[in-house]
Design a binder for this molecule. Structure first.
Ligand code: RP5
Length: 181
C-alpha cells in the first residue's frame, strides 16, 4: 500500500505542480483501482484552486491508517473529506464515524453488482453519522459539493460557484436555441 500511495501522490504531483499549499480537502479511496473515477474530484478542486491531497486509505486493508487519517484530519487543516470506495464500501462511513468534518461519499462502480452494492453500503448510514452520498461514479459532484461547503466561508469560491451555475445555464439555453433553428 505504501507503493500505491506513493504512485498516487506522484501522479497527483505530475498533474498539478501548484497544489503545494496545506490541503483543505482530503480525497481518499479504498484502492488505486478507484483512481480513474476519483480523479474527477481532484480535477474540480484543481480548477477552483482548492489545495487538496489524494491518498489510498482502505477501511479493510489498512484499518489503522484509516483510523489515524480520519481522527486527525481536522487537526491537519483538512476541512472536507471526499471518500470513494466500491463493493463493501465501508470507508466513507467509518471515516465519518471518526471525524467531525463533513464527509462526501462516492460509490465506485464495482464489477459484479454495477455499483448498487457500493451505493447502498455508503448511503444507508445510521442516524447520527451522516455521509453526503453522490451518485455512482460521480466524483465530479463530490468535488463540486466540497467547493460549495468551503464556499460558505469563502466568498471567492462562492461567487465562482455562482458563475459556474450561470455558465451551465447558458450552455443549456444555447443548445436549445440550436434545436429550434
Ligand atoms: C474497495 O474494494 C475499493 O474501494 C475498490 O473499489 C474495491 C476493489 O479493490 P481492488 O481489489 O481493486 O484493490 O475496497
Amino acid at each position: 500500500n505504501i507503493e500505491r500511495n506513493i504512485a498516487v501522490m506522484i501522479e497527483e504531483k505530475e498533474l498539478d505542480h501548484k497544489n503545494t499549499a496545506a490541503p483543505r480537502v482530503g480525497i481518499i479511496m479504498g484502492s488505486d483501482s478507484d483512481l480513474p473515477v476519483m480523479k474527477s474530484a481532484a480535477e474540480i478542486l484543481r480548477a477552483y484552486g482548492v489545495p487538496h491531497e489524494v491518498r489510498i486509505v482502505s477501511a479493510h486493508r489498512t484499518p489503522e491508517m484509516m483510523f489515524s487519517y480520519a481522527s486527525s484530519a481536522h487537526e491537519q487543516g483538512i476541512q472536507v473529506i471526499i471518500a470513494g470506495a466500491g463493493g463493501a464500501a465501508h470507508l466513507p462511513g467509518m471515516v465519518a464515524a471518526l471525524t467531525p468534518l463533513p464527509v462526501i461519499g462516492v460509490p465506485v462502480r464495482s464489477s459484479s453488482l454495477d455499483g448498487i452494492d457500493s451505493l447502498l453500503s455508503i448511503v444507508q448510514m445510521p442516524r447520527g453519522v451522516p455521509v453526503a452520498t453522490v451518485a455512482i461514479n460521480n466524483a465530479t459532484n463530490a468535488g463540486l459539493l466540497a467547493v460549495r461547503i468551503l464556499g460558505v466561508a469563502d466568498s471567492n469560491l462562492l461567487s465562482r460557484m455562482s458563475q459556474y451555475q450561470e455558465d451551465q445555464k447558458e450552455i443549456v439555453l444555447r443548445k436549445g436555441e440550436k434545436l429550434e433553428a
